[in-house]
Ligand binder design. Sequence first.
Ligand SMILES: [Ca+2]
Length: 294
Amino acid sequence: MLKQRIARTALPSLALCTAMVAALAMASPANGASGRSKPKEQITMAANPAALDIIPLPCFSGSFQATMTNTGQQAQFADMTLSAQKPITLSRDIFSSYLPAVDPDQPVSTPVEVRAPRDTPPGTYDVLLAMNKQELRVPVRVQEPPAKGPGDNVALGEQAFASSAHGNFPVCGGVDGNKDHAQWSTRTGWNDATPTVFPDSYGVRFPTPQRIDQVELLTLDSASSPATRYGVRDWDVQVLTDGQWQTVAQVRGNTSGLVTSQFAATTAEAVQVVIYASNDARYSRIMEMEVRGA
Ligand SMILES: [Ca+2]
């Protein structure tokens, strides 16, 4: 069921400052009986957040939760189609679910990742959620990318990689610009997934070779989880030049939350740290890695 074509009806402007917006679908009664029929199909669509800001770099994707809720009196299957204005891309283009008719209503949600390729012009792009004859617009505001000139952090938002990544600690967390140790475990840092097994490695690849001479490594150092107990202890800093990794700095016996390694300026395609030990001998934890050049 629900295979009818999506009608692209014009939407009234929506108040988008709230955390949730919803559009109501109510199909016509199955027959023309006047005033007696209960609505058979009554499904709401929602997006949370209702609008999002993203930066056109590989590690700065955004996401929202797409939700369908059956507020009617009959269980049904529903198909939500998702589309995006080019060049924005989405992690899925359809969301299908069985929607029970229960009281209280039972929303069914799925995460949708939103990406803007590098060099996407700043501006507002539409993501559209459609179902039956209703449509919900999710504005995606593409921001200016951060400056990457001399002295700037050239790792910010670029493609991070790691030997492994623990569930809630994605590789992008170490290059997202968030250095608030109190927010550790909110996807703002990287943690490996091989407890007690070393070495681990974590790095970032540049879109074009960068002239660099400094790596700042912030390891976990919060009030409850100080670097002396949970930070990384021993690592090498390596740069990738002409496809070969070279060690340019070494750190041993660290107990600090921030270590700056400086080295002779070199042109690198990527930078990584190879971690040999942490202070709890279990996990490698990086809050942020910053890379700079003169
Ligand atoms: Ca971070």
